[in-house]
Design a binder for this molecule. Structure first.
Ligand SMILES: [Ca+2]
Ligand SMILES: [Ca+2]
Length: 177
């Protein structure tokens, strides 16, 4: 009896999210209602996530990028996004705080989740991002950024200035010179 599909958000998760994000209780409850409606199973699968991206970029090949973003949000590595991961993801990507965005960018680029970013990971993400850019816009890109490899080179050069070879966790303070 009762309505089993509209399960309530557990107090524990609510408290945890209030503590770890800038969202208020009302906001979190609203997100939860929405989440339950869109996703009655309570979990987002990679295929569902890809569909969301495909809707936002109807003319691009979003599958690769969506897969990487999904991985960066699936913090417990169980192959689905639950409500908590979804809200943390929203918070990371929408928060005005640069450190949050950096943390997310780091987990996006760290494809094998080993705590370091290497050049092939940078190239892989650049290739996925490039597929989001419509062809006519790609043609208008500056000469040193008009291919995924060039973008990766540029980004990697930037990382290398900060570090030697491998880029480490940005949440850690940099070693003193
Ligand atoms: Ca998960
Ligand atoms: Ca890595």
């Amino acid at each position: 009896m009762g309505n089993s599909t509209s399960s309530k958000l557990s107090k524990e998760i609510l408290e945890d999210l209030k503590l770890n994000t800038k969202f208020s209780q009302t906001e979190i409850s609203l997100w939860y209602e929405n989440f339950q409606k869109q996703c009655p199973s309570g979990r987002i699968t990679p295929a569902e996530f890809e569909q969301i991206y495909a809707r936002f970029f109807p003319d691009s090949d979003t599958a690769g990028y969506a897969r990487h973003v999904f991985r960066s949000f699936d913090t417990n590595d169980d192959g689905t996004l639950d409500f908590k991961e979804y809200i943390i993801a929203l918070h990371m990507t929408s928060s005005g705080r640069t450190t949050r965005k950096l943390e997310w960018a780091f987990s996006l680029f760290d494809v094998d989740k080993n705590g370091y970013i290497n050049k092939s990971e940078v190239t892989e993400i650049c290739q996925a991002i490039f597929k989001l850019i419509p062809k006519e816009e790609q043609a208008a890109l500056p000469d040193d950024e008009n291919s995924p490899e060039k973008r990766a080179d540029k980004l990697w050069a930037f990382f290398e200035k900060k570090d030697n070879g491998e880029s480490s966790d940005p949440s850690q303070p940099p070693p003193l010179p």
